[in-house]
Design a protein around this ligand. Structure first.
Ligand code: COA
Length: 423
């Protein structure tokens, strides 16, 4: 039994943001039917190819547990098939460029006519307003959502982050909207539109920076390194390097081996509650009661000196030794883990967060499993579908077409070459 068993998703998504959302829903047990253009499919199948001729990792890692139907939604027969799919599904998820669904003839009003219970969920770059027609990719959203202006070094360029907060982040937001709309439909019997704009999703994840924007009116942001360095603040939240975004000062500090290993670093947080333990660990017991060091506000203009001293200590230890020494004292630290270390991490494999999946064309590869664990609805990660792998199965089993009708649909050019489901 899975949490979303019985929920059928018409997955019109592509690239990253939408597929992240529908992959999560599939892991929670929804039947996700991915609609792809015949012979072409999701563009990511052929992007960043590492093994020629097979689906890229970009595609496989975002489309697990789904079925694929090839369907030309601009062909007349294809439109009839799509109409039946809309009737049979609970949710349509899409992240086309603005207006694409209307141009196909399947705008919100038409969808409601076909199936009033349908939930139509969209990712767009921007919400309603002057930019609503723009096409948007990840880094555009990071810039327009406030992340880039607040990321990076104070004296450096605005910086995008490796975490895909615009794409995957918005996909997560959309999934929550869909589940909420399904819950509401239980009571009202009606579907509704769900919109997650990437700019909004990024801003939601950057809300602490809008907090700081408003705090600036009350004076300098004392927990930012630039305060201790005597650098005046401007009129907007500045970039803060690796300063902590919260009330407990933190920095990335060198560890043993940093000269040759680009990831021999730790994040170290001088949480107020464990200040005395930190002083003992780094060999500065006098700082516990020393004037100017004993309380958090007193320390704010000395953070460079304090972290410099802590770093002298961390440089004598590996990042894992720092973790082992600090954890028993509840001192919050985190090793900077490389993707190589994460790929090899036994703990992450044991919890199903890193999973090895077998693919009929590329063989085994690693992926990230469901990061959300439900005790009564465990997620098993199954491989992504080949293009059109389930076309015939869906036409027959979901839509109830006869063999003869399926052959006619095949001849119409609506579905590409029909394949009998592999495996
Ligand atoms: N059958 C027939 N046509 C299909 C089809 C199918 N199964 N699937 C897609 N198409 C068509 C669309 O209808 C559209 O045609 P139109 O332009 O004539 O209306 C066309 O394919 C291309 O769709 P589009 O979404 O414009 O793709 P793109 O590659 O030009 O743009 C994005 C890609 C991501 C920039 C754009 O989709 C977008 O801005 N999406 C919203 C924001 C978003 O999710 N961005 C992040 C992506 S990770």
């Amino acid at each position: 039994m899975k949490a979303l068993k019985g929920v059928r998703i018409l997955d019109f998504t592509h690239v990253q943001s939408g597929p992240t959302c529908t992959q999560l829903l599939a892991w929670f047990g929804a039947d996700v039917i991915k609609v792809e253009r015949p012979g072409v499919g999701d563009a990511t199948r052929k992007q960043l190819v590492d093994v020629p001729g097979v689906d890229s990792l970009y595609f496989t890692m975002l489309n697990h547990n789904k079925r694929s139907i090839e369907l030309n939604s601009k062909n007349e027969t294809g439109k009839q098939v799509l109409t039946r799919l809309i009737r049979e599904c609970d949710v349509l998820v899409e992240n086309f460029a603005p207006g694409a669904l209307d141009r196909m003839g399947f705008g919100w009003e038409r969808i409601q006519e076909i199936n009033p219970r349908m939930i139509m969920a969209s990712v767009k770059g921007f919400g309603p307003g002057k930019y609503e027609d723009c096409k948007v990719y990840e880094n555009v959203a990071q810039c327009a959502g406030g992340s880039a202006s607040t990321t990076g070094d104070l004296d450096g360029l605005p910086m995008v982050t490796g975490a895909q907060i615009g794409d995957s982040g918005t996909g997560l937001h959309l999934a929550l909207g869909i589940v909420s709309a399904l819950f509401q439909r239980e009571k009202t019997g009606r579907g509704q539109k769900v919109l997650a704009a990437m700019q909004d999703g990024v801003l939601n994840l950057c809300r602490v920076k809008l907090r700081d924007q408003q705090r600036l009116a009350a004076g300098p942001l004392k927990e930012y390194s630039q305060f201790g360095e005597g650098i005046p603040f401007g009129d907007a939240t500045p970039r803060a390097g690796n300063d902590s975004g919260g009330g407990q000062p933190g920095r990335i500090l060198k560890c043993k081996g940093w000269e040759t290993d680009p990831n021999a670093y730790t994040y170290f947080i001088t949480q107020a509650a464990v200040w005395e333990k930190i002083c003992d660990v780094i060999g500065e017991p006098d700082w516990k009661a020393k004037e100017g060091y004993a309380t958090p506000p007193e320390r704010l203009d000395k953070l460079n000196e304090i972290f410099g001293r802590i770093e002298e200590w961390t440089m004598t230890k590996t990042k894992f030794e720092v973790m082992d020494i600090c954890n028993p004292h509840d001192i919050p630290v985190g090793p900077i883990l490389s993707m190589k270390e994460i790929a090899e991490d036994e703990g992450l494999r044991a919890t199903g967060t890193v999973v090895e999946v077998d693919h009929p064309e590329r063989g085994p590869y690693l992926t990230v499993g469901n990061p959300v664990k439900l005790s009564d609805s465990p997620s098993e990660v199954t491989r992504s579908p080949l293009l059109g792998e389930h076309t015939e199965e869906i036409l027959r089993d979901v839509l109830g077409y006869s063999g003869e009708e399926i052959a006619q649909i095949g001849e119409s050019g609506a579905v590409g070459d029909l394949k009998i489901a592999a495996e």
